[in-house]
Design a protein around this ligand. Structure first.
Ligand code: ATP
Length: 365
């Protein structure tokens, strides 16, 4: 008899609210996968981040990176604290090291408004928001982040790096995602968000987008300048399906779109490469609310669901994809009655109340 494969999950809770929301999230993932006969999950706890740096002088030891890279998937809470920095002033950010070193070029940030929560925008169509930002996560304007940029205390430079192989994989990822979503009833549209009217690097980005678009004739390929997209995100976000952009633009617009779903605590993410993937909420360690029980764990839970879905697709494990759907449905049905309202949306539902509501729904399904 064949034994069920064990999938290892590297677990990096990190700093601030990251370490507060991780344990219950692991419990929910375990509950969603309980009863699966085709695979097992094995959590590998690992430490990295600002707290570790403060204690040891190292934020991301090589053996921790190696263990994470060795796992089937990486689940990350949040890392970095404003007061804890490297000597050159940069914040501690092992999550960026992971994206770059593991070539996780596609930062997937799905935005959906959950039923039962008041929409942030007044228009009725805002209740049906359902789009995905694909943020290139290995180069762009973040590419020179580790290089000292200030010369003679007079001039500073950061370089936007755009390369053809990364763009081709990125755009293929976006078009394939749109094709998959089209099967589920979405419009099958990809919008390239850029600044091609001003920057040569961005004109190159757009040119490669157009080249790749020709391979996907059933997908509606569009362009929008990033400044216009900031406006559109607020005026008519329901008109978009898949949006693809360089690293820094994606960093900014994904925070804007998280606000449309209710706040940073509502926005899950996956950083996906050809072999590895990291799953973490879009938010940071939120030191301003850490330790107060106010953190919204929804984005962390939904990131866990994205992980199960990715593992299921990658390893051909239907049960993992079913578990992902169960976990997502438990979140949606927990919010649906309109009782939960996270603190970040002006409500009083704290971390534990939200976890408990999702746990109850999961047990009931
Ligand atoms: P980073 O640069 O590390 O991504 P950031 O600068 O985007 O971090 P966050 O830590 O995400 O900052 O916090 C931004 C704001 O959103 C803060 O006011 C924080 O309290 C709030 N916030 C972030 N995550 C959550 C959450 N899960 N629940 C409630 N509020 C949150």
């Amino acid at each position: 008899m064949q034994t069920a494969p064990t999938l290892t999950i590297a677990v990096l809770p990190g700093d601030g609210i990251g370490s507060e929301i991780m344990p219950d999230c692991l419990e929910l993932i375990a509950a969603a996968t309980a009863g699966a006969e085709g695979f097992k999950l094995d959590y590998v706890p690992l430490e990295a981040g600002a707290a570790l740096f403060e204690r040891t002088g190292e934020a991301f030891p090589e053996e921790v990176f190696a263990a994470a890279a060795d796992a089937d998937a990486i689940l990350l809470g949040a890392m970095g604290l404003p007061g804890v920095r490297y000597a050159d002033g940069r914040e501690i950010a092992p999550q960026l090291d992971l994206r770059e070193r593991l070539s996780l070029y596609a930062g997937v940030r799905p935005i959906k408004c959950l039923p039962g929560l008041p929409p942030v925008l007044a228009d009725k169509r805002a209740a049906r928001l359902d789009f995905v930002i694909i943020r290139e996560s290995t180069e762009g304007l973040f590419a020179s982040r580790a290089q000292a940029a200030v010369e003679d205390d007079y001039v500073a430079r950061d370089t936007m790096r755009i390369t053809r192989p990364v763009c081709e994989r990125l755009f293929d990822f976006a078009f394939n995602l749109a094709a998959k979503r089209k099967q589920g009833g979405r419009p099958g549209q990809v919008t390239c968000v850029d600044k091609a009217n001003v920057l040569g690097s961005q004109a190159f980005f757009r040119r490669i987008f157009d080249e790749r678009a020709r391979r996907y004739p059933v997908i509606d390929a569009r362009h929008c300048y990033v400044d216009a997209m900031a406006l559109n995100m607020v005026k008519r976000p329901w008109d978009f399906d898949v949006l693809v952009m360089e690293n820094m633009f994606g960093d900014i617009l994904s925070d804007l779109s998280a606000a449309l779903a209710g706040g940073m605590g509502m926005a899950p993410s996956a950083d996906v490469g050809d072999r590895h993937a990291v799953f973490q909420p879009c938010h940071g360690s939120a030191p301003d609310i850490a330790g107060q029980g106010k953190a919204n764990p929804t984005a962390m839970i939904l990131s866990g669901a994205l992980m199960l879905d990715w593992l299921g697709e990658r390893h051909g494990l239907i049960e993992a994809q079913t578990a992902a759907a169960r976990l997502t449905a438990a979140v949606e049905t927990a919010y649906a009655p309109g009782v939960l309202k996270p603190c970040e949306m002006g409500g009083t539902s704290g971390t534990q109340q939200i976890f408990d509501a999702v746990k109850t729904r999961l047990a009931a399904n």
